[in-house]
Design a protein. Structure first.
Lengths: 594, 350
């Protein structure tokens, strides 16, 4: 294929700024998908993605436009999945920046644009939703010019919803984004930028050929993994997967090589030929590291093996999940799992429950602490239950985030207040435009993962946006708060918190748990304690009445069904000691904050 | 057919709808009353019943229809000797003449919907009668020589204090009723009350009131024989006991339920559809269920557990039920605390 006629690009946009709608429109306009077959938001395939309106896994699709071959490489739209953005960018020569003409640019979008600039990618900017009455494209074009140095007159104005201007955007992509470079006769170098597990085909990898040719049947070497594989099928998504005999330089498509697990075809992997292959791998990128950890325990102990198998299956498709067996005095056998963020954690738990029919209890989420012991040894602790005894601890360090928040200036005060209560330290405050401010903070990760995002949104009517990255470890005054249910320590619910916040935390958790734990047949004391000293206490009073008063001829069937339903409901409860606790009690307790 | 057999007759008309009520009843269809009663009679005659041991005429408000006409419906039901025949009555409607008509038709038990003896609580429940009507109604029942009667009362209405409830219990006991049904106000989906959480009763308050009721009723010689029912010896409601023992019964009228040997079904809900079906000679059934043996067995235990005789000891896992059940080795019975937590105990039936 003629390299000069290929254009590879991603769309960078904030959630709800219209990326999926634009993708749909592009598919339609290029006749890739019949308007009749158009499933709204074609690229969001996972049910959960549709329900939550976010893209989790990157997708790519090939379309034709006026003699050009365009590869649209989709990017995920939530900050937890930011790492997938850099994967996608590595396969592109340019990006389309989509900004809501009624809202302006958001923090994460900005961060992704900077990332694109670092990769030397051409940025084609477009203001979307110009059909909205509240759209103010002139104002936000100026803002983009100020912040990113893209000239306002070069910014396109489109409505993905009505289709207005989308053809001009496609023209601009062909004109402005450079053609890929590459030598078809050089040894093969192809970059894997995404891998997904298909139950029938095994791992299907998205690849971008940089040099050489990837041909069907080729004997391949996965350079980082050091494994030899056969190229069983090569193809392009139009978006229906369509096999092709080969992919040349600059081309994007998929590769099926009989691999059983995405961990063996990781993003960033370089594929070459086993014989006469390339000697150097492409510049890859680091795999994302889990940031948030929690225990997942089956409510029915018999489901432990099913949980293990389910985690294995999920990991086939999501190499960013980590898990290791764990046992808890309170909850029995389960797994300590690592996630990219709280949303990722919720999504994984929900998928396990929905797709594998499991009932799970999740423990309080934790970050990974670095503990220096008095004997000089340094240990990493992501499970508060594993914290060494106090007398053996010299000091504890916790991970910090560099957080940037973009907000209309009127919310600056309330956001600074929020960051302050989260132990944040302001490092910079800058005006992007007379109306909008960017705040830079250093905040402990533990304070960000829980519900910072929701709080930020609710304090700013949804106008503020957030981006963050890990900035390193710092010493903090941390203690472990333990929880006791019915006098029994519930080890799985211990949490590490800052000393100054321990008392308030203990009180709040006791209060929340009192609301969330249903009344039992006996009084259930809930206590919070530090090192054996009780700092807070609440009691769930014993249930006194649950009987249905009436039960006559017409009530009997209904009553039997109600009892069956209640009994079914009990299966979603975990017994800790003799106390029945709902499976999502800790996630709920943390979310009900303030 | 051997053993007891019951008939339930549903009268779906009311003057006024109470806002906690989810029964199939209507306030705007009095013009259907004549046709409806005709249809009931026809439907009962077609069933060609053998003599039955109990009849219960409920609603709605059976006293909403003329006593003579109700008597004609009842006349279509063959009664075995000593059969129990109950009519649910609104105290506002009860007159001596009406009771005499009922008595002549074979009615020997009246169930009075009293609900409360405290005017403010009655108003909050959306009821219109005054306590004085209750005394007059009881006098009329006695004057007509009707053998026994029940008083229905409800606790947990919005604004009802424990003192109010005590006043209701004492007011009712002053009438020396042989039978009292005391119900916790239950929130039924789809009722106006369900839409107003501020008026929903609190479970602890309900438990307090239940215990007070049990104390006062027992002291007056009325023994608890089912979760919400108390009676002087020999005055237990045989028709209701039939329900709780999974006995056989046929229901006539709109929305009425029937049960024969593990098969249960219920009639179409509106009086119009019931009328149409009967006139056309078609089935009045809306839907039904057939219980498999295990479900039927378990349901039997759930119902039996609510009664004073309890269940066979081996049918209940009584671990961790201290204070909720007592056993003599053969039967397990709920204690008073256990009656309040009967659902929780039911989950351990096996």
């Amino acid at each position: 294929m003629d390299l000069s006629r290929i254009r590879n690009f991603s769309i960078i946009a904030h959630i709800d700024h219209g990326k999926s709608t634009l993708s749909d429109r592009i598919l339609e306009l290029t006749n890739a998908v019949d308007a009749r077959d158009m499933r709204s938001q074609y690229l969001d395939t996972m049910d959960l993605e549709r329900e939550r309106g976010i893209t989790i896994k990157a997708q790519n699709v090939r379309v034709d436009w006026k003699g050009y071959t365009l590869h649209l490489i989709d990017t995920p739209g939530h900050v937890d999945f930011g790492y997938e953005v850099s994967r996608s960018l590595a396969a592109c020569e340019g990006v389309v920046l989509v900004v809501d003409a009624a809202q302006g640019i958001e923090a994460q979008t900005l961060a992704n644009c900077y990332l694109a600039m670092e990769h030397d990618l051409e940025i084609v900017a477009a203001l979307n939703k110009i059909d909205l009455p509240a759209a103010d494209p002139d104002r936000y074009a100026m803002e983009i010019e100020t912040v990113l140095g893209i000239r306002a007159e070069d910014i396109l104005r489109i409505s993905a919803k009505t289709g207005e201007g989308v053809d001009k955007l496609l023209d601009a992509i062909c004109q402005r984004i450079p053609a890929p470079k590459g030598d078809p006769d050089a040894p093969l170098q192809a970059l894997i930028f995404d891998s997904q597990y298909d139950q029938y085909r095994g791992v299907v990898s998205s690849v971008r050929v940089m040099n050489g040719r990837l041909t069907t049947g080729a004997d391949l070497l996965f350079m980082q993994a050091g494994t030899r594989q056969e190229a069983i099928e090569i193809g392009v998504r139009r978006p229906v997967p369509t096999p092709v005999p080969e992919l040349g330089p600059g081309e994007v498509g998929y590769l099926i090589a009989g691999i059983k697990e995405v961990g063996h075809a990781r993003s960033g992997e370089t594929v070459t030929t086993f014989v006469h292959g390339a000697t150097t791998a492409l510049h890859g990128y680091r795999d994302p590291k889990p940031m948030v950890f929690c225990g997942l325990f089956p409510i029915d102990g018999d489901d432990f093996e099913t949980l293990r198998e389910s985690l294995e299956k999920l990991r086939l498709n999501d190499a960013s999940i980590s898990y290791a067996p764990e046992s808890s005095g309170a909850l029995g056998f389960g797994f300590r799992c690592g996630f990219l963020g709280l949303l990722h954690m919720e999504i994984v738990k929900e998928r396990l429950e929905r797709e594998f029919n499991l009932a799970l209890i999740a423990t309080a989420p934790s970050v990974e602490y670095r503990v220096r012991k008095t004997n000089g040894e340094v240990v990493f602790v992501d499970n508060p239950a594993d914290l060494p005894p106090t007398q053996n601890i010299d000091y504890i360090e916790e991970p910090f985030f560099r957080v940037s928040i973009i907000t209309p200036k009127d919310y600056t005060g309330t956001l600074m207040d929020l960051c302050q209560t989260r132990r944040g330290e302001l490092s910079k405050l800058e005006y992007l435009s007379p109306e909008r401010v960017e705040l830079h903070y250093q905040i402990p990760l533990a304070e960000v993962v829980v519900d910072f995002f929701d709080q930020m949104k609710s304090r700013t009517q949804g106008y503020a946006s957030l981006d963050y990255e890990l900035s390193g470890y710092q010493r903090s005054q941390l203690v472990r708060v333990d929880l006791l249910l019915n006098g029994q320590p519930a080890d799985a619910f211990s949490t590490i918190v800052h000393r100054d916040k321990a008392f308030a935390y203990g009180n709040r958790m006791c209060e929340k748990l009192k609301e969330l734990i249903p009344r039992q047949m006996f009084d259930v004391p809930i206590q919070a304690a530090i090192g054996g000293k009780v700092i807070a206490r609440e009691t769930v009073k014993a249930k006194r009445k649950d009987v249905l008063a009436k039960c006559y001829g017409g009530d009997i069937t209904r009553k039997r069904k109600l009892l069956e339903k209640q009994k079914e409901g009990k299966k979603r409860m975990k017994s800790i000691g003799r106390v029945e606790v709902p499976g999502d009690v800790f996630i709920s307790a943390l979310k009900l904050d303030d | 057919m051997t053993g007891p057999f019951g008939v339930y007759i549903h009268i779906p008309f009311c003057r006024h709808r109470c806002d906690y009520c989810a029964f199939a009843t209507w306030t705007d269809r009095d013009h259907l009353i004549d046709d409806y009663l005709d249809a009931l009679r026809l439907d009962i005659e077609r069933a060609a019943l053998a003599p039955v041991s109990s009849v219960f005429i409920g609603g709605g408000t059976p006293t909403r229809v003329p006593a003579d006409d109700l008597a004609k419906v009842l006349a279509a039901v063959p009664l075995s000797p000593g059969a129990e025949v109950t009519v649910e009555c609104n105290p506002d409607d009860v007159t001596t003449a009406m009771m005499q008509t009922y008595a002549a038709a074979g009615v020997n038990r009246i169930s009075l919907g009293v609900q409360s003896m405290v005017p403010s609580v009655l108003a909050a429940l959306g009821r219109t009668h005054v306590p004085a009507n209750v005394e007059r109604a009881v006098a009329a029942i006695r004057e007509a020589g009707i053998a026994t009667f029940n008083v229905d009362i409800i606790y947990g209405g919005s604004g009802e204090s424990l003192d109010d409830w005590q006043a209701t219990l004492q007011g009712v006991l002053a009438l020396r009723p042989p039978h009292v049904s005391a119900y916790a106000l239950t929130i039924e989906p789809g009722t106006p009350l369900a839409e107003d959480p501020s008026r929903h009763p609190d479970d602890d308050d309900l438990a307090d009131k239940y215990e007070l009721a049990d104390d006062l009723l027992a002291a007056a010689g009325l023994a608890n024989y089912e979760v919400s029912n108390w009676a002087a010896p020999g005055h237990e409601c045989r028709h209701n006991v039939l329900y709780w023992q999974q006995g056989n019964y046929l229901g006539f009228g709109s929305a009425a339920h029937s049960h024969l040997d593990g098969h249960r079904w219920w009639n179409v809900r509106t009086p119009e559809r019931y009328l149409d079906a009967v006139r056309a000679g078609e089935s009045t059934e809306a839907a039904g269920e057939t219980l498999d043996d295990e479900t039927r067995r378990l349901e039997g235990l759930q119902l039996a557990l609510r009664m004073s005789d309890g269940v066979p000891a081996e049918a209940l896992d009584a671990d961790e039920l201290d204070g909720l059940v007592v056993t003599d080795g053969q039967r397990v019975r709920l204690t008073r605390r256990g009656r309040l937590l009967a659902n929780e105990v039911s989950h351990r039936l096996r």
